[in-house]
Design a protein around this ligand. Structure first.
Ligand SMILES: O=C(O)CCC(=O)CC(=O)O
Length: 373
């Protein structure tokens, strides 16, 4: 089966993030945003059928947003991606809403940008589809700047993509917009959801995003001043800031990993000791050390423990070492393996450092042994 044209960026082991485009554009819509997001994600941005590099035959007249969602799932399957974060603009956002409602097991989080749960009924899209089927896209592309951007802003490449899209595929996407109305399903969306509205978006004004925010439990709404319909192209920094905060979920995810590695008792004690003076530092640790580094699956937790033990010994942090000997046991290192790591530090960190480390580790392992017996 032919799949959607796409571009993959970022480490293969990072959490996958799929980015969907709007009608008439291509994955170049994400040019100013995707490279930044790919620092912490395996970003996969895709083209609509007949747009950018995707074959037009993937869609036909009378298509639905569900059909496009199936193509996105087929793309994810082809890349071995089971579960992914999703962000989409306009029609791409509608695809995200459909996925979150009908395939929640595949979607870890959703960001809906300059989009809607309905696109003002069927009529305008039926008319546009008929126009494009009759006359092609050149005339419509001439007005793209007014529909997509504010104040003389443009992205020539996106306007070119609009002009070059396949008219039949573009019209079929209009058919999908005409038939789309997910308002009744919004309350059933349970994945963490972010809505981003362009304050000056004539196609899907902020009221459309507000309607989704009011209905999707626990969702967040961000409104971007100065943005029209293609906010990621016109206001990439604002979109990035909102997406980073949404996707990071760093503190929450970090706290979960911190508990798995250090144990509930330790984390509860640290939390109880937290004061307004230390709160920002604790948050930093949870988000950065645990939410970004320890969650990165490039290295296993066993490997991360070995590295951490070595670094702590090298710097003489013996209190932290005790904590990380316990963590190393929780991450699956045997006492013999911990001993082998410490022995190696005698070579690279010095015998006195390893001497102190052996004393600390011996005490901790004996305590653990006592607690276990
Ligand atoms: O190009 C436009 O006029 C906006 C079309 C729209 O609202 C659907 C989309 O951008 O995907």
């Amino acid at each position: 089966m032919t799949i959607l044209n796409h571009l993959t960026e970022g480490p293969e082991s990072a959490p996958p993030l799929l980015l969907g485009p709007s009608l008439g554009t291509s994955y170049a819509l994400w040019d100013e945003v995707a490279p930044e997001l790919s620092i912490g994600h395996r970003v996969i941005r895709w083209d609509l059928p007949g747009h950018g590099g995707s074959p037009a035959h993937l869609i036909s007249a009378g298509a639905t947003v569900g059909d496009l969602a199936d193509l996105v799932l087929a793309l994810a399957d082809s890349l071995g991606v089971e579960r992914f974060a999703y962000a989409g603009v306009s029609l791409g956002g509608a695809v995200g809403l459909h996925l979150a409602l009908h395939h929640p097991e595949r979607v870890s989080s959703l960001a809906v940008i300059c989009s809607s749960a309905h696109f003002n009924g069927a009529k305008p899209w039926e008319e546009r589809a008929a126009l494009v089927r009759a006359e092609g896209l050149a005339k419509l592309a001439d007005s793209a700047n007014d529909r997509w951007f504010t104040g003389g802003f443009t992205v020539p490449g996106l306007v070119r993509d609009h002009r070059d899209a396949d008219p039949e595929a573009y019209a079929a996407c209009c058919d999908a917009l005409a038939a789309f109305d997910l308002r009744d399903g919004l309350a059933g969306i349970s994945v963490p959801t972010l809505l981003i509205a362009g304050r000056d978006d004539p196609a899907t004004p902020p009221a459309h995003l507000r309607e989704i925010a009011d209905a999707v439990p626990g969702s967040t709404l961000v409104e971007i001043p100065g943005a029209s319909h293609l906010a990621p192209a016109q206001c990439p920094e604002a979109v990035l800031t909102a997406l980073r905060a949404h996707l990071g979920g760093g503190a929450r995810r970090g706290m979960a990993v911190r508990r798995e590695v250090l144990g509930d008792a330790h984390v509860d004690r640290a939390q109880a000791r937290q004061t307004p003076f230390t709160a920002r530092f604790q948050d930093f640790i949870s988000r950065y050390a645990w939410g970004e580094i320890w969650t990165d699956e490039t290295l296993s937790r066993r490997e991360r423990s070995m590295i951490t033990l070595t670094a702590l010994i090298a710097h003489g942090h013996y209190e932290e070492l005790a904590m990380h000997v316990r963590a190393a046991r929780r991450n699956g290192l045997t006492p013999e393996e911990i001993g082998a790591v410490l022995l190696q530090t005698a070579v690279y960190c010095g015998v006195p450092a390893a001497n102190s480390a052996f004393a600390t580790a011996q005490r901790v392992l004996a305590e653990e042994d006592g607690a276990g017996s």
